[in-house]
Write a protein that binds this ligand. Structure first.
Ligand code: NAD
Ligand code: UDP
Length: 312
């Protein structure tokens, strides 16, 4: 049994991780400032004697005795991370410094939730970990992309200079229950629009691609990575290689919800990556991991979850 700190634990992914690690018998400290997360995500866990909830911002130092740290605190939806770009950079960079400092002092193992966005708008497809990426350092996505890239650099430097036991996971687009209904990401947007028979907002011509991973597969990958030996630090891609155009996703959601929604086209945001698909050879080899949940099955569960937010 371990004492585990999860920053961003009240968010979409963090809440699933809290639940899973508690169920495995660990003590879990969930730290969050509730910017994009909410107490409702972790409500069923409150009251469990092994669960502690802390309102805290990772840009400020935090002290606790822990064995493992999962560093997830950071808004993940473009709408939310662009709302206050400076804060997004501070969260990624100062948050990483504070959590790495904590890991150094307590000798805890620490995992960084990095992202496929470190590859930017990639010229190599699918993306292996060896690809250095194509990021616009001054574009509207840079607060997130460069913040996460700097965090990866901090992790490697703390590992090499101070011997901190680190793990870096590069997460590809993940969806599932407990995404915020107004989160702004494509899966939640399309499902909410379809359930209300509202227009489905396709940005650009909808030919850009993404590879969608169900949250349970991600949580499994995160835990497997944390449990690898100290010599394997990553970075490692964790995502579902099934690749779909945004138009295909919209059509699938309309069909599965039996919706009367129509498709409309809105301008493609600046620097929106045209294609994305993980090369997961390393995860297969080092973690013995691959995704198990197909898109249709994951979408079905997510649609059921979002129905409770729709009154019509
Ligand atoms: P989310 O927005 O639902 O969760 C992020 C959580 O971090 C929220 O609970 C938020 O309140 C909290 N937070 C934000 N800033 C904070 C701060 N300064 N101090 C303390 N807490 C703060 O997003 P998510 O999808 O659950 O993403 C979790 C992590 O995984 C993020 O680091 C994200 O970058 C990474 N990631 C997610 C995806 C995905 O598709 N879901 C893809 C790549 C990477
Ligand atoms: N997108 C869209 N309509 C929406 C929201 C998003 O067409 O209502 C597109 C967006 O332009 C991008 C893709 O869907 O090409 C994925 O967007 P998301 O914000 O989910 O994540 P990203 O992978 O871009 O960070």
């Amino acid at each position: 049994m371990k004492r585990i700190l999860i920053t961003g634990g009240a968010g979409f992914v963090g809440s699933h991780l809290c639940e899973r690690l508690l169920n495995e018998g660990n003590d879990v400290i969930c730290l969050d400032n509730y910017f994009t997360g909410s107490k409702s995500n972790i409500l069923p866990l409150i009251g469990n004697a092994r669960f502690e909830l802390v309102r805290h911002d990772v840009t400020m130092p935090f002290f606790a005795e822990v064995d493992e740290i999962f560093n997830l605190a950071c808004p993940a939806s473009p709408v939310h991370y662009q709302y206050n770009g400076i804060k997004t950079i501070k969260t990624s960079v100062m948050g990483a410094i504070n959590m790495l400092g904590l890991a150094k002092r307590t000798k805890a193992k620490i995992l960084q939730a990095s992202t496929s966005e470190v590859y930017g708008d990639p010229n190599i497809h699918p993306q292996p970990e060896s690809y250095w990426g194509n990021v616009n350092p001054i574009g509207i996505r840079s607060c997130y992309d460069e913040g996460k890239r700097c965090a990866e650099s901090l992790f490697m430097n703390y590992h090499q200079q101070n011997g901190v036991r680190i793990k870096i996971i590069r997460i590809f687009n993940t969806y599932g229950p407990r995404m915020h209904p107004n989160d702004g990401r494509v899966v939640s947007n399309f499902i909410m629009q379809a359930l209300q028979n509202k227009d489905i907002t396709i940005f650009g011509n909808g030919q850009q691609t993404r590879s969608f991973q169900y949250v349970d597969d991600l949580v499994e990958g995160m835990i497997k990575l944390m449990n690898t030996g100290d010599d394997f630090v990553g970075p490692v891609n964790v995502g579902n290689p099934g690749e779909f155009t945004i138009l295909q996703l919209a059509e699938k959601v309309i069909k599965m919800t039996n919706s009367k929604s129509k498709l409309i086209n809105l301008p493609l945001p600046q620097d929106d990556p045209l294609q994305r698909k993980p090369d997961i050879s390393l995860a297969k080899d080092k973690l013995n991991w691959e995704p198990k949940v197909p898109l249709d099955a994951g979408l079905q569960k997510t649609i059921e979850y979002f129905k409770k937010f729709v009154t019509n």
